[in-house]
Design a protein around this ligand. Structure first.
Ligand SMILES: [Zn+2]
Length: 433
């Protein structure tokens, strides 16, 4: 029997459309989306009316810049349903994130919005090489957080065999992978580390697993290598957030692993200088800004994500996809740490740490005040032989400043369920928050 051809695209027409056709489609959809919001979304109508923009002003794609930005603050103030652009009877689902300040951000979905989300996710499954009927295990929790259900809706559309384990109980997760010959593991990257740790403790193996799709945390190439080599899998970095419609709506990297493919028939992507709000040149880092073209319940226009990245390429990729590729997310505009006059992002610390032989993937960046001066201490788990001096020397070379390095035995640093917290602030009483 002839083996079935491997599908590499979910939607070949949309994923390989020429840049000219894509631009024409974007303009047509943008004009329709602006008109629909003007007519049916009181929140946006009022916002645009205040700055004097009308649907007729959008004649070209660059006219998008006439529209004012949306920010996370708009979502917070808009909670629960003040940004809604459809009758409440059209709603079918909602998801929510709490953010660092605890103010909730909610995303509301019509049936068409759920289908749009599933479409983005189905493209990701095929892009990672997962075929119809192949088993995937979904390890984020099924609840308000968009991760569990996002993977689920997309997997339903893509025809995966779904093992919806949700979070926790890693030994059981490993048993399920083996019992059902799971090929793809979905989750946060720190969960990949957790699985690796448990396998190393128990001497188990998961030979069926070939693919890991990880999101919600920025992770360095070095950490990625450790997980790939340790688990014997290929990993993909998936992107998306509550405000853009959930996991996968911000694209993923393909097997060429040169940047995150964007779904430009669904979103317009801008990279802007976070201070001036003006576009930066391709290749220059800036703030990622999304405009949704097809979302109904809570459409977003020029939503400032606070995530930092740059355009990696607008050329057709080796995989044949034509959507622009963004560099993997470097950090957040508000995550930048300034210590002794040096600016750096937590991910740079991670990359430098993982270059040191014997250093393990669990670490903390502790910001503290010593005699009124801001200082940084790095706590990291490592094998015997790695000393604080080695850590300090390497970080000095790579980052240009010298944090204190404290080494802990494997398993000694606290772990969190779900998304890993890496940066801590030390209070005057010595507690970490
Ligand atoms: Zn590609």
């Amino acid at each position: 029997m002839k083996p079935m051809a491997q599908a590499v695209y979910w939607n070949p027409k949309a994923e390989t459309m020429s840049r000219d056709a894509l631009a024409a489609l974007q303009l047509q959809r943008l004009q329709a989306a602006v008109k629909a919001a003007w007519d049916g979304n009181p929140f946006l109508h009022q916002r645009w009316n205040q700055v004097g923009v009308k649907p007729g002003d959008i004649q070209a794609l660059d006219d998008l810049r006439l529209l004012p930005f949306l920010t996370k603050e708009d979502f917070r103030l808009g909670y629960p349903m003040h940004m809604l652009g459809v009758p409440p009877a059209d709603l079918r689902e909602m998801h929510m994130s709490s953010g660092s300040t605890g103010s909730p951000v909610a995303m509301l979905y019509t049936a068409a919005d759920l289908d749009q989300w599933a479409e983005c996710m189905a493209r990701c499954y095929r892009m990672a090489g997962l075929q119809v009927g192949e088993a995937i295990q979904i390890t984020p929790s099924f609840g308000l957080f968009n991760g569990g259900f996002g993977f689920y809706h997309g997997a339903r559309k893509a025809g995966q065999f779904i093992i919806p384990t949700g979070s926790g109980n890693t030994p059981r997760q490993i048993k399920m992978i083996n019992d059902f010959q799971v090929r793809g593991l979905m989750g946060v990257v720190s969960y990949g580390i957790r699985v690796l740790e448990v396998l190393q403790e128990t001497g188990g193996a998961i030979p069926s697993l070939k693919v890991g799709i990880f999101g919600a945390e920025t992770f360095s190439d070095k950490l990625r290598e450790k997980i790939e080599n340790g688990l014997g899998i290929e990993t993909f970095d998936i992107y998306g957030m509550t405000e853009t419609g959930g996991v996968g709506t911000g694209g993923m990297d393909c097997p060429a692993h040169v940047g995150l493919h964007q779904w430009e028939d669904q979103y317009i992507i801008e990279i802007l200088d976070p201070i001036t709000g003006k576009p930066v040149a391709d290749g220059v880092f800036g703030e990622l800004v999304y405009t949704s073209l097809t979302r109904q319940a809570v459409p977003i226009f020029r939503y400032r994500t606070s995530d930092l990245t740059r355009v990696a390429s607008r050329q057709t990729c080796a995989c044949g996809r034509t959507g622009l590729r963004l560099d993997r997310i470097t950090g957040r505009v508000d995550d930048m740490l300034i210590v002794k006059g040096v600016n750096f992002y937590p991910k740079q610390v991670e990359q430098a740490l993982m270059e040191i032989p014997g250093v393990l993937p669990n670490y903390q960046i502790v910001v503290e005040e010593v005699d009124g001066v801001r200082d940084v201490r790095i706590n990291v788990e490592a094998q015997a032989g790695v000393t604080g001096f080695i850590i300090e020397k390497h970080l000095k070379e790579k980052l240009g400043f010298s944090p204190k390095g404290d080494v802990f035995a494997p398993g000694q640093l606290a772990r969190q369920e779900g998304k890993a917290k890496r940066v801590f602030y030390k209070d005057a009483d010595g507690s970490l928050k």
